[in-house]
Write a protein that binds this ligand. Structure first.
Ligand SMILES: NCc1[nH]cc(CCC(=O)O)c1CC(=O)O
Length: 316
């Protein structure tokens, strides 16, 4: 932190990224009225390459590299990330300092003509580039045609409205944050679409050695969300999951926050195999619960499915 009264948030320029950065700015200025927080909008390589499947261009790290460089060379103090997009490893000197209270963790079914996934006509086209979403759609409705859909939230809705698809699947919270909740036709239950690890939650990345900044960020930390996300990320890490993977992980707190219930899923991208595991454990040890559920999935053959997806250039 160069200046005790001024903080700079590195952010991508998409509407969702800007909303998230503004949200953190508002919270920080509420907790610390003397602070002035500004946004530093940056273009990332990921934003510039829109037509190639993410798995082929090196995954979601492409969306954070420029932000991380800005923090490392002192052009910015912090960056706000959707926890489901944050890689497990951080560059030397950077780390996750806090996890904010989660929005809705679910996926949303969005269609202009059809009320639900089950109500789609045979052969209908469903847009999503998420292997996790696609495989769950295909497993439930093998007759549907799951097609790639990339771009920011508005671009994806535009392609639906243009008639490219009968329905698309998006994150509920992304639509809510952009004041587009009225586009949600039906919120998918975790049984219909198990969310991604960390979905709905925001995290803040900054330099490890920036002790003053870490003190300022502390009031934004939300322990129940952090607990949930730690279990989900431990599951993902034990499965050796990168970002673009056919893995779901979703934990909820029970018993006044004493117990965590974690459900995990790994599937073949075409939906022909779906492995599920779940377990409950102490909320004081989220990582061991995540590892346990991951090992249950591995015992069922998750490793073979994931090796095929990572190794197979023709998986997308
Ligand atoms: N993949 C892009 C992305 N990253 C985070 C969100 C939504 C916000 C969140 O889940 O925290 C979205 C949009 C989407 O998946 O529809």
């Amino acid at each position: 932190m160069l200046d005790a009264n001024r903080l700079r948030i590195a952010t991508r320029k998409s509407a969702l990224a800007l909303w998230q950065a503004e949200h953190v700015k508002t919270l920080l200025e509420q907790f610390h009225p003397h602070l002035s927080v500004e946004l530093v909008p940056l273009s990332t390589r990921g934003d510039q390459i829109l037509d190639t499947p993410l798995a082929k261009i090196g995954g979601k790290a492409l969306f954070v590299k420029e932000l991380e460089e800005a923090m490392l060379d002192g052009r910015a103090d912090l960056a706000v990330h959707s926890m489901k997009d944050v890689p497990m490893q951080f560059p030397e000197g950077l780390g996750l300092s806090v996890i904010l209270e989660s929005g809705a963790p679910t996926d949303a079914f969005v269609s202009n003509d059809h009320a639900s996934l089950d109500a789609l006509p045979e052969g209908a086209r469903v847009g999503t580039s998420s292997l996790r979403r696609g495989l769950q759609v295909s497993a439930r409705r093998p007759d549907l045609e799951v097609l790639p859909l990339r771009g920011n939230v508005q671009t994806r809705l535009g392609k639906l409205d243009a008639g490219d698809f009968e329905a698309i699947i998006l994150a509920t919270t992304g639509l809510q944050r952009l004041q587009l909740a009225d586009r949600i036709t039906a919120e998918l239950t975790p049984e219909e679409s198990l969310p991604a690890c960390g979905q709905g939650a925001l995290g803040i990345e900054c330099r490890h050695d920036d002790a003053d900044l870490i003190t300022l960020l502390a009031p934004l930390d939300h322990i129940p969300t952090a607990t949930r996300v730690r279990a989900e990320r431990a599951l993902n890490t034990r499965l050796d999951g990168g970002c673009q993977v056919p893995i779901g992980g979703y934990a909820v707190l029970e018993n006044d926050g004493d117990t965590l219930w974690l459900r995990g899923l790994v599937g073949h991208p075409d939906g022909s195999v779906v492995l599920r595991a779940e377990s409950r454990g102490s909320a004081s040890e989220p990582e061991s619960l995540g590892i346990r559920v991951a090992e249950d999935l591995l015992a069922q053959g998750a490793g073979e499915i994931l090796a095929e997806v990572y190794g197979g250039a023709d998986s997308e």
